[in-house]
Design a protein around this ligand. Structure first.
Ligand code: DAH
Length: 366
């Protein structure tokens, strides 16, 4: 009979020493508890439950034990490994819950949020209003004409009865185009298209001219160096100031509503005689007297809309029209002023600065 083989005494196989198993287990449980992410737990699993982990290695030693020692060592290692597996499972579940909670917060979607739509473009109110003005004129049977922004001085001034030394030339602060003797200006008004139209089309004539105009003004609440006008010129037999007034009233009604109050005030322009300025009742105070004078109209109750008058005979003659046979009336209204008036815009700069939020208020019109 052989006695117990001392070499296989589990106490003497270091890996199976109960104290070592206990230590392996404690280390494994501590590492599992300390794992703060699923990735960390994965390394912990390899280190403490993988094939080369101390407990797995200990397990392998069991086979070499004598049968009498196998059971106890097997039980001890088995329990330790089961505890590790259990702890891994528990920690895994915990970390998964934590990860899911974090993802829910980090990747939260607000399903009630309005998706970022591509904003629709809006047209600027100045061209919109110029078109509306032109539409009213076309509705009365007028034609639309256009002319160049860089204009011959002759059309801008001479044809319109401004003498070379006429003080009225200084009435308008002109951008002259280089070289100085080229005789070119940035048109200071749309009136040069009067002479162009008469030369091109002759009488009788009814033309409306929307367009860009330029003056050396500083940008402020009521001035801008680039602005727009809507010119009108009618040349026919038997035209009178009453036709002028009736036409401008129709244009005003079409733009600002039926029955808007206007007035004609005597004025001077070299190209009309008699001349007038047409005012509209102030869109802010509506002409009602107030304790503090209205800042928009300066307390007068009126806002200037544009100039007008009966075409000066010299203008007709300059373009070969017989003033004995034909009479004309003409007007030039400010488009920016019309927008300000129609939409209650008190500061001209709003029209210039190009803030899309401003345009957006005018909606989409084609
Ligand atoms: N051209 C003038 C200006 O810019 C406005 C004007 C006045 C136009 C009288 C006209 C007119 O056609 O008859 O101040």
């Amino acid at each position: 009979m052989s006695g117990p083989n001392k070499n296989y005494d589990p106490v003497e196989v270091a890996a199976l020493d109960p104290a070592v198993i206990e230590q392996d287990l404690t280390a494994a449980l501590a590492a599992i508890a300390a794992a703060s992410s699923l990735e960390e737990l994965k390394s912990v699993r390899i280190a403490h439950a993988g094939e080369r982990s101390p407990l797995a290695l200990a397990n392998r030693e069991i086979g070499a034990l004598p049968p009498s020692a196998k059971a106890e060592a097997g039980k001890r290692v088995g329990q330790a490994r089961a505890a590790v597996t259990q702890a891994l499972k528990g920690r895994q579940a915990q970390l998964e819950v934590e990860r899911d909670e974090r993802i829910l917060v980090e990747e939260a979607l607000d399903l009630t949020a309005v998706p970022g739509r591509r904003p629709l473009g809006r047209r600027h109110p100045v061209p919109l209003t110029a078109e509306r003005m032109a539409d009213v004129m076309v509705g009365m049977g007028w034609e639309i004409a256009e002319g160049p922004g860089v204009e011959a001085e002759w059309f801008n001034f001479d044809a319109l009865n401004f003498d070379t030394d006429h003080p009225a030339r200084q009435m308008q602060d002109t951008f002259f185009v280089d070289p100085a003797d080229a005789g070119l200006v940035l048109r200071t008004h749309t009136s040069p298209v009067q002479a162009r139209s008469l030369l091109e089309r002759g009488a009788p004539l009814y033309v409306a001219v929307p367009g860009k105009t330029f003056r050396t003004d500083e940008l402020d609440a009521t001035h801008t160096p680039v602005f727009h006008q809507m010119e009108g010129l009618a040349v026919d037999e038997g035209l009178t100031m009453a036709h002028l007034k009736g036409t401008l009233d129709r244009l005003a009604y079409g733009l600002f509503g039926e029955g808007i109050t206007s007035r004609l005030r005597p004025a001077y322009f070299p190209f009309t005689e008699p001349s007038a300025e047409m005012d509209l009742v102030c869109f802010v105070c509506r002409g009602e007297p107030a304790a503090t004078p209205c800042r928009t109209c300066g307390g007068t109750g009126w806002i200037e809309w544009g100039g007008c008058g009966m075409v000066n005979h010299n203008v007709l003659r300059a373009t070969g029209i017989d003033p004995e046979r034909y009479q004309g009336f003409a007007f030039g209204m400010g488009v920016e002023r019309s927008v300000m008036f129609r939409n209650g815009v008190a500061d001209m700069r709003e029209l210039i600065e190009g803030d899309v939020r401003f345009n957006a208020q005018f909606g989409m019109e084609i």
